[in-house]
Design a protein. Structure first.
Length: 174
């Protein structure tokens, strides 16, 4: 994540290409081969972020691939629905999980601010302004993915699911 946090004017093209390659090309390849080999009724969950709707300073290189993943997911959901016309009750479903800040060691690592302006950690940010007032646990995100993959919601596709403790609703102004 550290490579993707810069003002756009300070971001090197090679850094942006690396972030895009890992996130966008990686997701593209995953979707391509999942769609090619998945049986009717399968489910794909891609990983997005709050940044698909909420942009902020110095996050252009982080938000850009997340929005590309969103576009790939939306397109794939249409293709998944059309892939097995003989099985209209069992399309391939594609959804996008958009987590907020997850409580891992990564959020405590200092990020070096541009132009030698010091360091910052995500724990100093506004992420605790969610309705639930804490970060998510990795297990909560895993449970959300398992739910989206499950058969209980066979009618759900092309959805962006925000698992962020209500942060988007509490902070985002449309």
């Amino acid at each position: 994540m550290n490579k993707s946090i810069h003002p756009i004017e300070d971001l090197e093209l090679d850094e942006l290409k690396e972030v895009l390659d890992v996130n966008v090309i990686g997701t593209f390849n995953s979707i391509k081969y999942e769609m090619k080999n998945m049986k009717p009724g399968g489910s794909i969950v891609n990983s997005g972020s709050q940044k698909v709707k909420y942009a902020s300073e110095n996050m252009g290189a982080y938000a850009a691939p997340r929005n590309a993943i969103r576009g790939l997911s939306l397109s794939a959901s249409y293709e998944g629905g059309a892939k097995y016309p003989k099985y209209p009750k069992n399309p391939i479903r594609v959804n996008l999980l958009c987590p907020g800040c997850i409580d891992t060691d990564v959020i405590r690592q200092p990020l070096h601010l541009p132009n030698g302006a010091g360091t910052w950690t995500m724990t100093e940010g506004d992420h605790l302004t969610s309705i639930i007032k804490r970060y998510s646990e990795p297990e909560e995100i895993a449970a959300s993915i398992a739910f989206l993959l499950g058969d209980e919601i066979r009618f759900m596709t092309k959805q962006e699911i925000y698992v962020d403790g209500g942060w988007m609703e509490a902070n985002y102004v449309a």
